[in-house]
Write a protein that binds this ligand. Structure first.
Ligand SMILES: [Zn+2]
Length: 247
């Protein structure tokens, strides 16, 4: 690893008044959660049609069977890794204001982060398709699919963003506000190729933030907006950053 680059990134973080992190699948790989896209991505093995909102609405049982298998049978046991933990400690020690994540795995909160904006929602909560009541997933018995609402018997849907569904307005609004305020912006484990997520780091840059990017490979950000590129696994690099910040 490039020590000089690592040190210059840490220096930026120490000097910053408002640091924001933006995370994606790469940060959860060390927690055993496979990325969706890319060579070993889930979508290479399973067609994501069951995550299309039209399919869910038409065939909720079929969709739920797949969703349970892919998300609910494994995510509950997943634990945050050192990268999530370092971000949570940074927040506690006032080195970090918030985390914007594209992950639905709830691992930032599990690690202790308080200000987390989930652009793609969360698997942890279910929402009624009829009356919009919300439930923690621990209230649902997934042995009986599809789970239904206690109030109106409507079908419950995971509160994550399905294909062809819009980004939750509150998370979107807060993410852009955080990006505008940031003077240091960390991109961790994501190439965010999809809009509007891809625009968030660009917004930070336009408003004067220094961009620190942690990714295993260069991305379109690296060429266009990144000031310090730290190449490697999120867990490994964040561990080093944690050490240099004496967390
Ligand atoms: Zn309901």
């Amino acid at each position: 690893m490039d020590t000089a680059k690592l040190e210059s990134a840490v220096k930026l973080i120490r000097k910053a008044k408002y640091t924001v992190a933006f995370t994606g699948a790469g940060i959860s790989v060390a927690s055993g959660i496979p990325p969706f896209r890319g060579k070993n991505g889930l979508w290479n093995k399973t067609s994501p049609i069951f995550l299309e909102i039209e399919f869910f609405n038409k065939k909720p049982l079929q969709s739920w069977k797949k969703i349970k298998e892919i998300f609910y049978d494994s995510l509950g046991d997943a634990e945050p890794n050192i990268a999530h933990e370092v971000l949570a400690k940074m927040e506690k020690r006032s080195f970090l204001e918030s985390v914007i994540t594209q992950n639905i795995d709830h691992l930032h909160q599990k690690a202790g982060s308080k200000y987390v904006y989930e652009l793609h929602g969360t698997y942890k909560q279910l929402v009624c398709t009829e009356c919009s009541s919300e439930y923690d997933m621990s209230f649902a018995d997934l042995n009986y699919l599809p789970p239904t609402c206690y109030i109106c018997k409507g079908i419950l849907k995971p509160d994550m963003v399905f294909f062809n569904e819009p980004i939750p307005p509150f998370a979107k609004k807060r993410s852009f506000e955080e990006a505008e305020k940031a003077d240091v912006f960390l991109i961790i484990g994501t190439n965010a190729e999809v809009l509007p997520a891809a625009d968030i780091p660009v917004t930070a840059k336009k408003h004067g933030a220094k961009i620190i990017e942690i990714n295993i490979k260069e991305t379109h950000f690296t060429r266009e907006i990144t000031d310090v590129f730290l190449q490697g696994e999120a867990a490994e690099i964040m561990k080093q950053i944690g050490k240099l910040l004496y967390l």
